[in-house]
Every structure is written in C-alpha cells, then in structure tokens.
Design a protein around this ligand. Structure first.
Ligand code: ADP
Ligand code: ZN
Length: 610
C-alpha cells in the first residue's frame, strides 16, 4: 500500500530537448490523422451510389444485368459495367477474396452463364503509388514509435524538488511520526548537507550512501524527503523498477544522467526506491540479466566517482537488503544501513494523530485504541485506514468520522470488503460456522492465545469467514509455547469441521499453509527443535545444504509433520470435550453470521453457572 501522491505533482522539467521532441511528435501525429481522414473521405466518395454490394452483383449476374467485369490481379476491387451503360467501369464492387470470387464465376460459367470477365495485369507505377499510399499510415506509425523510443532515452524521468522553486519538498521530520531513533541517526546527514564545509575542514568524509531497509509503506520515502526538507536541498527520486522497465541499454545511461543532473544542483539528495530491482546480485547470465548488470555497474561507477567537493547523498530503499550485490554495500557506497521497522503501538498512535489532522473526526474517537487494534500495520496502511474511514463516513451520511467507520475501515484494509451480496449455500454456511467456531473455542483453552474480538462467517476478500483476536501489546519476542499454541488455534478450524461434521473441507488450506510455515520456521530459523537443536538451517547460501548432510531435510519433514499433527490432535481433543459450546456457537453463527467478543464470552459464562 503506497501513498505517494503528496508532493509529486509538478516535477520540474528543465529539458529543452524534450520540448523539441514533443513538437515533432505533435507534427507526426497531426500528419497521421490527416492521412487517415483523406483516406476515409476517398473511400467514401468511391462508394457513393457507384458501389454495388457483392451480393447485389451476384444477383445482377444471375439476372444478366452485367455487361462486363474488370479485375486487377492482386486487388479485391472490381470494375463493373452494367448492361446498357456507355462508359465502362463506372461501378465498383469489393469482393471478399479473389479466389472465392473466381470459384463462383467458374461455377456460374459451368452452369452455362456467359460472363465477360477481363483480367488485367498490374500496372507497376500504379501499384507502387497505391501501395505506398496505403502503407503511409503504417510508416507514420513506425516513425511515431521510433520517436517514443528516442524520448524514453532522452527524457530524464527523475523528479526534482528544489528549495528555490514552488516544487520544493516541504516535508520535515515533524511529518514523520515515530521513528525517533532513525530520525536522530539521520540528523547527522542533515547537518552534512547543511554545512558540508564545517565537516570537510575537520577532515571528515561525507557519507555517500544510506540504505533504508524496511517493508513497503513504513515511511522510507517520507523520511528521505524529510531529510531534504530539513536541509533545504533538492530531492531527486527515481525507482529501481523504472530502470528495468526501459528499453535495453538505457538503464545505464539513465543512471549516468541522474548523477550528472545531481552534480549540477548539488548539494542534493538522490533517492533510489526499490534498489533491489537493479542492485540484485550480479549474475553471469545473458539477456535481461546482463542489462541489469550494466545498470548496476554504472551505479557503482557513479558512486565511486564523486568529487570530494560534491555534496550528494544517495539514499536507497529496499525491503530485501540480503538480495543486494555485496559490492553495493562496500565503504564509500551504501555503507550505512538503517532499518525502518513497522511502528509499535506508540508509533502507530503518533502516525494516526498526524493523519487525523486533516480529517473530520468525532470528538470521542480514541486513537490509542485504534493503535492497539492495528499491531503490525505500516504507516501507509494506517493513513489508508483513516482515508477509508472518511469515505465510509461520507457514504453513510455521518456528520463526522465515527468509531464504527474506523472499525470498518480496519476490517476493509485487513480482510477485504464484506461481501454481503455473495450467496452462500446453507451447507457452506454450516461448514464455515463450525470452522470459525473451532478456531475461536480452541483459543479460549490456550493460555497464550489472545481474546476473541469477533467471529464471522460473512465472506471477506478470499476468506469464507474469519476470527479476529484482540491484540493489545506489541510483541518483540514470541516464545516456543506461544508458537505451539498458535499451531493449535490454526488447526482449530479444521478440527471443528472434523469433530462436528465428520468431514473436512478445502476451507482450511490457508490455515494449514501458515501452520506448516510456523512449524518449519520453529525448526530451521529459531532452532526450537530438540532433535536438531539450536542450529540455523535457513538456506542463504547453497553450501549450507552440504554442511548439514542430505538427510536433514527428511528429519525436518518428520518433525514438521509431528508438530502439526500434534496440534491437530490437541485441537480436536479440546473441541470434543466442549461439543455443547461448539454446537451453540456454530448455531448462533449460522443465525446471526457475526458475533462479538462479548457474546462469544457469554457462552462460557453460562456454562460455568450450570
Ligand atoms: P515506503 O517508501 O517505505 O514504501 P512511504 O514513505 O512511501 O513508504 O509511505 C507512504 C505513506 O505512508 C506516506 O506518504 C505517509 O503518508 C504514510 N506514512 C508512512 N510512514 C509514516 C510515518 N512514520 N509517519 C507518518 N506517515 C507515514
Ligand atoms: Zn481457518
């Protein structure tokens, strides 16, 4: 989810060549249109009452109304002279194909018809000119495409925001919520950009590149802009994927131009988003990969080639730093890495506060509570939620954004929009009800599982139903116990189907996928398996396979199977001991389709009273 429309509206283009090409492009386009119009008019003139339809012609032949037909080899237009006409070839008829027409004529002749058909060979000059003219639109089109190619190469797509134009980036650190440590670390860069001489006098080397690592939407672009804003220097940005999308050979030249431009306006910031698109490990393959290597090599050359008096700082963003070519991370290149993490609860509240500023919120809205409900959300998602809430509030005619609008927006962003319209069969409904009731009830008997917030069998997005849990605190560490119990809740859905309906469905496929991944990670990433021990089996490098021997995969497989099966058995056991609740919850779900956390709790209160 990316929301990059803030300041990108009027990038300053200072390219006269561009203008020239636009003019030529315009002329070519006008010519093309003119030619098409002339052609259409010509064709229409011919057709005005002089044209005889093909079927009409055949009828006329049958009625002996045709005096003579002239046919030119290679043309599908016939010249027709009717009986009693003085001038020859006054009329025309367009035939679908020469062969079909000849066949028809042959047939008619065999049937005894007399037809005066004259076949003309081609007049070379006429043919040439007519082919030339009929090809003119095509030729112009080709010219147009070539122009576009050229423009791709010449146009500098990078966007410049400069402090002395109206397009300056007015983003500052105040617009970036949370990320306090990151901001502190980057303050140094702002200082470098503001007073480079101070540092140079002291003999300090100015940092070249900073790599910002983090999920999409965590604010990497925002913080890069804020650095430029704080230092009031221009900001040029470009996305790694833009280099890749381009025609062969242009990636490298685009990099060169980007840096040329930066040198002219230094001190400034270059921001390269999605650098992994060009900076992935170099390979020895051919084709697109070689192209990629050229682009990456050019980037390395440029970063090494800065003069000491040029104050240009290159910021790059990626979600996959481990994919990058090691050469990019060497000293003098992107030797600093800053991880931009998803915000914690305080950060989320701060982000919501910033984005709530321009929204019409009801006074009783509690942003802290929303922050509590949105663990794991990125800044972009949070800003998106407030925007969705504003849309929903408008749609429902609320005077201001209400808590319910925000809750619905959260659901919309997490699980997709509620699909009330989809007709669900009773059988599906029952199945989903037992599945979701299974998840929810199982979690109730596990110590580390969160409380249930809502259970629903209304389909959302791809899911047939969902069980939502309350998440109150952010967790930085997850214990083995928690992970094991998570496996049990995940399999609770399938267990619900199995114990109540004695059948299982495909509805559990995602749960099973997630459970398998967790179990595998517990063994190979977190070293939590006793048989294998605290060893990382993540495969970053191919040699790691050899290190552990071949049967390690078998052991991992066995252990994953054991863990997931155990979780499945545990879930079934819990549900079998609580069949009355399972039926009650499922039945209520079938009737009401959705039950809140409190309603869910009430099933257990009643039972304790009994
Ligand atoms: P990234 O570059 O990491 O993909 P962006 O910087 O493009 O993410 O973030 C997209 C949008 O999300 C920003 O324009 C901003 O509206 C919002 N956002 C993300 N992180 C924050 C934050 N820490 N504070 C305020 N807004 C944020
Ligand atoms: Zn499920």
């Amino acid at each position: 989810m990316e929301n990059r429309n803030n300041n990108n509206k009027n990038p300053k283009k200072d390219n006269k060549k561009d203008k020239f090409y636009y003019i030529i492009l315009g002329i070519v386009a006008v010519l093309l249109v003119a030619v098409i119009i002339v052609f259409t008019i010509n064709n229409n003139q011919n057709s005005e009452d002089k044209e005889i339809a093909y079927t009409e012609l055949i009828k006329m032949i049958d009625n002996n109304e045709v005096e003579k037909i002239e046919m030119t080899v290679g043309s599908t237009t016939l010249k027709v002279t009717l009986v009693g006409e003085e001038e020859e070839g006054e009329h025309t008829t367009i035939i679908p194909s020469t062969e079909a027409f000849m066949e028809l004529i042959n047939q008619k002749v065999q049937e005894g018809k007399e037809i005066n058909l004259e076949q003309k060979s081609v007049n070379p000059i006429v043919t040439f000119s007519s082919t030339f003219f009929s090809m003119l639109p095509t030729l112009l089109l080709i010219a147009l495409i070539i122009m576009l190619f050229k423009m791709q190469g010449l146009g500098e797509k990078g966007k410049v925001y400069s402090p002395d134009t109206d397009n300056r980036t007015n983003v500052t650190f105040a617009d970036v919520a949370g990320l306090d440590e990151e901001k502190e670390e980057l303050q140094e860069i702002v200082d470098f950009l503001k007073k480079p001489d101070k540092y140079k006098k002291m003999g300090a080397k100015i940092p070249r590149g900073v790599l910002l690592c983090g999920k999409p939407g965590t604010g990497k672009t925002l913080i890069a802009k804020a650095i430029a804003g704080e230092a009031s220097v221009p900001f040029i940005s470009m996305s790694g994927s833009e280099f890749i999308e381009m025609f062969a050979g242009l990636g490298a030249s685009r990099v060169r131009k980007l840096f040329e431009r930066a040198k002219k306006i230094a001190p400034c910031i270059i921001f390269i988003d999605e650098i992994d698109a060009i900076g992935a490990r170099r390979t020895s393959g051919g084709g697109a990969e070689t192209e990629n290597n050229q682009t990456l090599n050019q980037l390395l050359v440029e970063m090494d080639g800065f003069e000491t008096n040029e104050t240009i700082i290159v910021l790059a963003a990626t979600n996959r730093p481990e994919m990058l070519d090691k050469a990019l991370l060497r000293p003098g290149r992107f030797d600093r890495q800053i991880t931009v993490a998803s915000p914690d609860i305080k950060g989320r509240e701060a982000i919501l506060k910033i984005h709530a500023k321009d929204k019409n919120l009801a006074p009783d809205i509690n942003l802290r509570e929303i922050a509590g409900d949105t663990a794991g959300f990125t800044g972009a998602e949070l800003s998106n939620i407030l925007n969705e809430a504003a849309i929903l509030a408008t749609r429902y005619g609320h005077p201001a954004i209400e808590q319910i609008d925000i809750e619905n927006a959260v659901k919309k962003v997490t699980v997709g929009i509620e699909k009330n319209s989809r007709v669900i069969s009773d059988k599906d409904k029952k199945l989903t009800a037992y599945h979701e009731a299974g998840h929810a009830i199982v979690s109730k008997f596990l110590e580390t599982a969160e409380d249930v917030k809502e259970v629903s069998i209304i389909p959302r997005g791809v899911a047939g139903g969902y069980t939502m849990y309350k998440t109150i605190e952010d967790k930085y560490y997850v214990s083995k116990r928690e992970m094991e119990e998570r496996l049990v809740t995940l399999l609770g859905g399938r267990a619900g189907e199995k114990v109540a309906l004695d059948d299982i469905s495909t509805g559990a496929s995602n749960d099973i996928e997630v459970a398998t991944k967790i179990a595998r990670d517990m063994i190979t990433v977190y070293g939590m398996n006793e048989k294998i021990g605290p060893i990382s089996l993540k495969k970053d490098e191919p040699y790691e396979d050899l290190m552990m021997g071949e049967d390690i995969e078998n052991v991992i497989g066995e252990e994953v199977k054991k863990m997931v099966s155990l979780a499945y058995v545990t879930a079934q056991k819990i549900l079998l001991e609580n069949m009355d609740i399972l039926h009650a919850v499922a039945q209520t779900l079938i009737e009401k389709e959705k039950i809140s956390g409190e309603e869910f709790e009430s099933f257990f209160v009643n039972r304790n009273n009994n």
